[in-house]
Design a protein around this ligand. Structure first.
Ligand code: GP9
Ligand code: MN
Length: 626
């Protein structure tokens, strides 16, 4: 066109360039995306471009007035999505997925954490929108307004297509099978960009809805065979040892194993637990296996012996599925089952999911007296939570299975002066510093709770199981963690940091430390066997931790796995005795099993396959140990 003025920039081009550059700046400043070579840097740089061209290019088909509006609205929406990602990343060290986006009930409950996470400088994330708005309102001379012809449009989209192929081609050489293996969101974002990643995520989401509709019972055959082949018979000395006893299951918020038997400023971080493990079974190679669903994932894994999903929280995405969780099994065996947690009942969709898990009662926020003076951070302080829970425990029919979920040791690890049993760690990292006093506080709360259980005569009749739900200190804090631990936090060390405490206290049993490599997935069969309940016909992916045949092996949700001698993470094999990288082939024999575990478990969830499983009635307590 003759009236095309190349010296002037169109609003659309301006929008594309601004969004593109902003996205790249955000990649570099707000996310911790590891770049290993110039090709990856190039991919990262160009990856927002094709998406932006396609989406804003739609405006080429509109009249000027509508086009400007479209550009403004689109820029705002894209900026909002990006900003959402940034805030989410600050908290979870991960990128958003569609299922978590719909967890608005969670987001609104973040409360103190959100203010901690937001800053006035965050306005930067909308700077392009503000510039475009000013341009539309002030109409400066350097911006051209015009209609576009068919030729312009064709050329524009051809360029966009070329760029996206170039991007995908480069990504494919860097990362073969990128889209078929999606355990690692960072890898995806790095290669195809946040925006395309969201589209891909939407595709996955609709795929999983379709998967349920299309699934049928025959898919269970392979899975059942796999689970049967991995079944390990229980330890004869312990099977049924706690038959008829109450079970008190305590999920410790954000507690990792490195705090056990450790000190900060010369003071014990967990004095009570350090003593308690001496009279309990203590598992020091026990890993959390959670992903985006955090606490809810740990609950899911522990009670179903299934893995959580790699994206979203099963508590949200598949709360309507058929399960055969520990509470349901115990109901059938004459137990009263309850979960106790002083938070909104809808957080993590618990109120809905607990029904599917078989809980008879959920003691949530309205069951507690929560005031300003007994709350901190996310809500009721742990000491008050346990103290008030005693009344609930007393009213429960016996035997009971009661799950307690603590809260005080939650990011941002806030604590009042009066609850500071130890001083914070001394570094420039506030999160890491404050982590120790809140862990110490929860330790104190546990001590008081056990004392109260003794006073109420509940202690001798109860098996007490305490475990950490997931990490508290994310990889964002590797540098400070390295200072604290006195060793650089390599991917190997980081994987070892995913260990969380597991303590199993059985009345009448002596203390013992068990170093078998294990994970949250193993708890369900362990608990059921202690109570004398057969699990041979269950679809459980874990193994009884006390079984003599239990192998040293556990898989993390990102595909990492740990054996007796090796740690495999980020496609690298490490020797546990040295922490050094070794030949990848050494880890290879276990890789298949790790992959199968996760894939089979995912299949069960996506296809809602347990609805086809006949074993809905587990046998009432049986002595059959085979
Ligand atoms: C919320 C609590 C914390 O009720 O369990 O959840 P998290 O953020 O750790 O998943
Ligand atoms: Mn948690």
């Amino acid at each position: 066109m003759n009236n095309f003025k190349w010296s002037k920039v169109s609003l659309m081009v301006l929008a594309i360039i601004l969004l593109w550059l902003k996205t790249y700046v955000i990649y570099k400043t707000s996310f911790d995306i590891k770049i290993e070579n110039w090709k990856q840097e190039l991919i990262l740089f160009i990856n927002p471009l094709s998406f932006l061209m396609f989406i804003l290019g739609i405006g080429l088909f509109m009249k000027e007035k509508y086009r400007n509006r479209y550009i403004l609205i689109t820029t705002f929406l894209i900026s909002a999505v990006m900003f959402g990602n940034v805030v989410f990343y600050r908290f979870f060290n991960d990128f958003l997925t569609i299922p978590v986006l719909f967890q608005t009930s969670n987001m609104s409950d973040l409360g103190s954490s959100v203010t901690e996470l937001l800053n006035w400088t965050d306005l930067f994330y909308f700077v392009d929108f503000l510039i475009l708005l000013a341009v539309v309102l002030l109409k400066p001379k350097f911006v051209a307004y015009r209609e576009f012809t068919k030729v312009h449009r064709r050329a524009f989209f051809l360029v966009a297509i070329a760029i996206s192929f170039f991007n995908l081609g480069l990504a494919e050489t860097e990362r073969p099978q990128l889209l078929t293996r999606t355990f690692d969101r960072e890898m995806l974002v790095k290669n195809i960009g946040t925006y395309n990643y969201h589209i891909y995520d939407a595709f996955l989401q609709s795929k999983s809805s379709a998967q349920r509709a299309l699934a049928d019972g025959s898919e269970l055959v392979d899975i059942e065979n796999y689970v049967r082949a991995n079944y390990k018979k229980p330890n004869e000395n312990l099977f049924g040892i706690a038959k008829g006893k109450n079970v008190i299951l305590i999920s410790m918020e954000s507690t990792q194993s490195f705090v056990i038997n450790n000190t900060v400023n010369g003071e014990e971080i967990t004095p009570f637990l350090n003593d308690f493990i001496k009279e309990s079974y203590y598992f020091d190679n026990f890993y959390h296996q959670t992903a985006q669903g955090k606490t809810s994932d740990s609950e899911f894994i522990v009670e179903n012996s299934l893995y959580g999903l790699s994206r979203g929280a099963v508590f949200f995405t598949h709360s309507g599925n058929e399960y055969k969780a520990t509470p349901e099994v115990l109901n059938e065996n004459g137990y009263f089952t309850a979960s106790l947690h002083a938070n909104n009942k809808s957080f993590w969709n618990r109120d809905i999911m607990y029904d599917s898990l078989g809980y008879q009662r959920f003691y949530s926020l309205p069951d507690y007296d929560v005031r300003d003076d007994n709350s901190i951070g996310w809500g009721l302080k742990d000491i008050d939570f346990f103290e008030q829970s005693i009344a609930h425990l007393k009213e429960m029919p016996k035997p009971f299975y009661a799950k307690f979920i603590t809260l005080t040791n939650h990011f941002p690890f806030e604590l009042g002066e009066e609850d500071l049993y130890i001083q914070p760690y001394n570094s420039t990292n506030k999160t890491v510093n404050n982590y120790f006093p809140t862990v110490r506080y929860t330790d104190e709360a546990l001590k008081l709770f056990v004392e109260r259980l003794k006073e109420e005569g509940l202690y001798e009749d109860s098996v007490i199981i305490i475990y950490g739900d997931h990490y508290g200190i994310s990889e964002n804090h590797n540098k400070t963690m390295g200072e604290f631990l006195g060793t650089e936090v390599t991917p190997y060390v980081s994987t070892q940091l995913q260990r969380v405490p597991l303590i199993v206290h059985i009345p009448g049993q002596k203390g013992k430390t068990i170093s078998k490599v294990s994970g949250q997935i193993d708890l369900k069969p362990t608990i059921l066997h202690l109570l004398g309940i057969n699990t041979k016909r269950n679809i459980d992916f874990g193994t009884d931790l006390f079984s003599k045949d239990k192998t040293d092996f556990t898989v993390l949700r990102d595909g990492s796995f740990i054996t007796k001698d090796y740690v495999y993470t980020r496609e690298t094999c490490y020797d546990k005795s040295t922490g050094e990288e070794i030949e990848k082939s050494t880890c290879e024999p276990y890789a298949e099993k790790a992959k199968n575990e996760l894939e089979y478990s995912d299949k069960v969830i996506y296809g809602d396959l347990l609805r086809f499983y006949e074993n809905t009635k587990s046998k009432v307590i049986t002595e059959d140990k085979k």
